[in-house]
Design a protein around this ligand. Structure first.
Ligand SMILES: Nc1ncnc2c1ncn2[C@@H]1O[C@H](COP(=O)(O)OP(=O)(O)O)[C@@H](O)[C@H]1O
Ligand SMILES: CC(=O)OP(=O)(O)O
Ligand SMILES: [Mg+2]
Length: 414
């Protein structure tokens, strides 16, 4: 079965086409800058040169159409016809309390996702556009949605409630949800496999540090706490997001700087974090390059980033009464050996000891980077949210097909 996985952002759409026979990626790519005159379309096919084009793609429906044209293109495509796409899986960031697992899309599911627009204004409307675009371009093809929040639905009340009037939870479902769940779930499974131990015996802290960043305490294989909250703004310092701060800063700044709610929202989501402190970039590679040239603001941004992450590792060790494994993943976690070294440097009280040579190795494979006598095993596990989305989609679609054929047989018998 060929499954298309779509991760639709507000101005971009990333995709991977899977052949589920051996879980191979046939093609992957993205459409960026949707809605602008110079949208960028890319496609990578294993064993072939990458393709990159600039064209005008005004909306998500056109973006989906463009990606379908590409994967079925006579020259650079990988399938003969788009009819070979048998199912589509979408990443949906916010599933609220309604979705504890992945589901097939129907009218009720679409309505629920729409009702969550308020809680994830940057993400959910974009996902919905992706879903609608597939309906238009691939009518009748089943679609599944896989939620970032689902994995964290196991958090206990003590972790997910905010100490604010409870009526706000009852009326508006204001609580902590957590995100990047598909990634935390994937890397925790992989980590248990690498360690050769059952997942339910392990206490793990997974650090998904990419552009958005979050840290999760995983005990007995389930999320018991995570750093993001009602929205993906809480927790760690990120590329452009502040992470934790005193909430009083919001009214104080609005008052002093004469800002609107939307100004403050944009300040905290788009103009804070690494880019604000470095005054340079939200991209960790650029921060590290500037640091190497002696830039003090870049150094401060890096140090704050590490400091705040280390605080969460300490907190989650306390939450679980210990930690067996620390997992680094996503763009920064997978690639920045210097950041991993800095984070682990001050964790000696936990018995964390890195093997510098292993930490410095450049490979895309899951690996251990701690020394043999480290009490806590430290791992780097490349995340693969798309693979989990493809697997869930495959499972849901085949279950539905077998239940339909069961019903048909029953009908025939009768
Ligand atoms: N070699 C590297 N060294 C340091 N940081 C890196 C490296 N490669 C990628 N990154 C960082 O990873 C981040 C992007 O992570 P990614 O997981 O792709 O983000 P997202 O999926 O949230 O867009 C950027 O800050 C980028 O600088
Ligand atoms: C939820 C979230 O922050 O996602 P991303 O890292 O893709 O921005
Ligand atoms: Mg990501």
């Amino acid at each position: 079965m060929k499954i298309l996985v779509i991760n639709a952002g507000s101005s971009s759409l990333k995709y991977q086409l899977y052949d589920m026979t051996a879980e191979t990626v046939l093609a992957s790519g993205s459409v960026e800058r949707i809605g602008m005159e110079t949208s960028i379309v890319t496609q990578a096919v294993p064993g072939r040169p990458d393709m990159r084009e600039v064209s005008e793609i005004l909306d998500h429906v056109t973006a989906v159409k463009r990606l379908l044209d590409m994967i079925a293109h006579p020259e650079y495509g990988v399938i003969e016809s788009i009819a070979e796409v048998q199912a589509v899986g979408h990443r949906v960031v916010h599933g609220g309390e309604v979705f504890k697992q992945s589901v097939l899309v129907d009218e009720t599911v679409k309505l629920e996702i729409r009702q969550l627009f308020d809680l994830a204004p940057l993400h959910n409307p974009a996902h919905m556009m992706g879903i609608t675009a597939v309906e238009t371009n691939l009518p009748g093809v089943p679609q599944a949605v896989v939620f970032d929040t689902a994995f964290h639905q196991t958090m206990p009340e003590v972790a997910y409630l905010y100490p604010i009037p409870k009526v706000l939870y009852r009326r508006h479902k204001i609580r902590r949800y957590g995100f990047h769940g598909t990634s935390h779930h994937y890397v925790s499974d992989q980590a248990a496999e690498l360690l050769g131990r059952p997942l339910d015996e392990l206490k793990m802290i997974s650090c998904h540090i990419g552009n958005g960043a979050s840290c999760t305490a995983i005990q007995h294989g389930v999320s018991v706490d995570t750093s993001m909250g009602l929205t993906p703004l809480e927790g760690l310092m990120m590329g452009t997001r502040s992470g934790d701060l005193d909430p009083a800063i919001v009214p104080f700044t609005m008052n002093k700087e004469d800002l609107t709610l939307s100004d403050v929202n944009s300040m905290l989501n788009k103009h804070s974090g690494l880019v604000a402190i470095s005054g340079l970039s939200s991209d960790m590679r650029e921060i590290e390059e500037a640091m190497a040239e002696g830039d003090r603001n870049a150094r401060l941004a890096f140090d704050m980033y590490v400091y705040r992450l280390r605080k969460y590792i300490g907190a989650y060790t306390a939450v679980m009464d210990g930690v067996d494994a620390l997992v680094f993943t996503a763009g920064i976690g997978e690639n920045s050996s210097s950041l991993r070294a800095e984070v682990c440097k001050n964790l000696s009280y936990l018995g964390v000891k890195l093997d510098d040579a292993k930490n410095g190795m450049r490979t895309k494979k899951p690996r251990e980077i701690s020394a043999p006598d480290s009490r806590v095993r430290v791992l780097v596990i490349p995340t693969n949210e798309e693979l989990l989305i493809a697997r869930d989609t495959y499972k849901l679609v085949t279950e539905q097909a077998s239940s339909l054929s069961g019903q048909r047989e029953e009908g025939t018998d009768a």
